[in-house]
Ligand binder design. Sequence first.
Ligand code: DHB
Ligand code: FE
Length: 313
Amino acid sequence: MGQMIPDLTPAGLKGLKRNGVSNKPQHSQAFTDKVIAATGPEAHPRLAEIMPSLIRHLHGFAREVNLTVAEWMTAVEFINECGKISNDRRNETQLLCDIVGLESLVDEITSKMLATSSLETPSAILGPFYRHDSPLLPNGSSIIQKLDPSDSWYEQAMADSAYITGRVLSSSGAPIQGAIVEVWQSAPNGLYEQQDESQPEMNLRGRFATDADGHYAFYALRPVPYPIPDDGPAGRFLRLLDRHPYRPGHIHFIVSAHGFRALTTQLYDDRDEYIAKDAVFAVKDELVVKFVPRDGDRTARWTLEYDFVLGRE
Ligand code: DHB
Ligand code: FE
């Protein structure tokens, strides 16, 4: 017998089987189910729980937008680029999550799951500029480490210096003694100290322990709006989306105490024009505060009073 000649007419092609594998289009639901079913019985339990949903959404997204190979590869390279530019002073992948609202959403889900009382101070995202081991300072001292009149931000710092004080309370209203109020903020040039060689180590960062009445107090700056780092892939992405990179001025806090859940949050200045258009969608109404003029204190032009309410662990 001679070699079989394949039948290449349309009728013949229809019957063609490739090595016995079904030629169903890959974008069928059965394909998605097959990928989901590949997870084995010994899989990590939380992964086994969440991967079916992730795979369904990923596949659904690709189908919905007719994602091409070229577009998918562009996204892979983009994520790789975010990883490569990240280090212990810069977290580009986190930034990418933030500009699509993911850190804010996850923060909200987590705090709602753990909350034991509606009176607790709402949380807000940690953001990429937290550093461990900031100095423990006496109540009433300043987190501004350098006030040299030759500094570029001296004048603005003096014009907008603020005394920030309040109490740390449980949701029953009882003061919490020995709570730690950890604070960090950017300089008036919009840069956190680790982004800026002109600032001393740990500038504008500190931790304060509450006294017997639950009080904390420190000197800081009224915060200014500034762009999130937009000189990398996340910034390029924002420009492709015709979006601005600004966050409203804010002060970061982590408030913690024995027996209570640590609260990560931010306070926002109500005068800020970016309150309603935060590039990372982290503002909550309850966290918008009013700085009021302060008399008789050469060290501060403004006072801010704010009480933090912690939930039980
Ligand atoms: C982000 C958060 C911040 O607090 C900040 O100062 C800069 C960026 C962010 O979520 O990406
Ligand atoms: Fe910040």
